[in-house]
Design a protein around this ligand. Structure first.
Ligand code: AMP
Length: 120
């Protein structure tokens, strides 16, 4: 998936459109999903321009990758879902159902999230 500078998360990072911030540090920004799928639904994005998980893993430095992982946990803490738990989702590419081409992790919680995915 190619990176598009005009994607909605790039605009949030540039401050061109608002977001409800949960957590921010040098590596990542976390904010509430505009259409929550569960009582708590937070998105965590790296500050660098990475299209998806594959791209992030291939091109981001070790410091960026470690920093991002720690930011996901910090965001989960800030959102109050560490206990009794939460689910991380990283939709990747067309078959993964990714809509926004800036790598992001969904944090879902606030209630039992349910089966891992619907069985078809
Ligand atoms: P994905 O399908 O994994 O690419 O998820 C994209 C997510 O971004 C969806 O859950 C959308 O509800 C969410 N989203 C889209 N635009 C915004 C926005 N402006 N602020 C917050 N979340 C958004």
């Amino acid at each position: 998936m190619a990176y598009d500078d005009n994607n909605v998360f790039a605009k949030i990072l540039r401050g061109e459109i608002p977001s409800k911030k949960v957590y921010e540090d040098t590596h990542a920004l976390a904010f509430y999903d505009i259409h929550p799928a569960r009582p708590v639904h937070v998105l965590v994005i790296p500050k660098g321009k990475y299209a998806d998980f594959t791209d992030f893993t291939a091109r981001a430095s070790a410091a960026e990758q470690t920093g991002f992982n720690k930011a996901v946990v910090a965001a989960a803490k800030a959102a109050g879902v560490i206990e009794p738990g939460y689910r991380l989702v990283a939709n990747t590419g067309v078959n993964g159902g990714q809509e926004v081409p800036h790598f992001h992790v969904h944090i879902l919680g606030g209630a039992h999230v349910g089966p891992m995915v619907a069985r078809s």
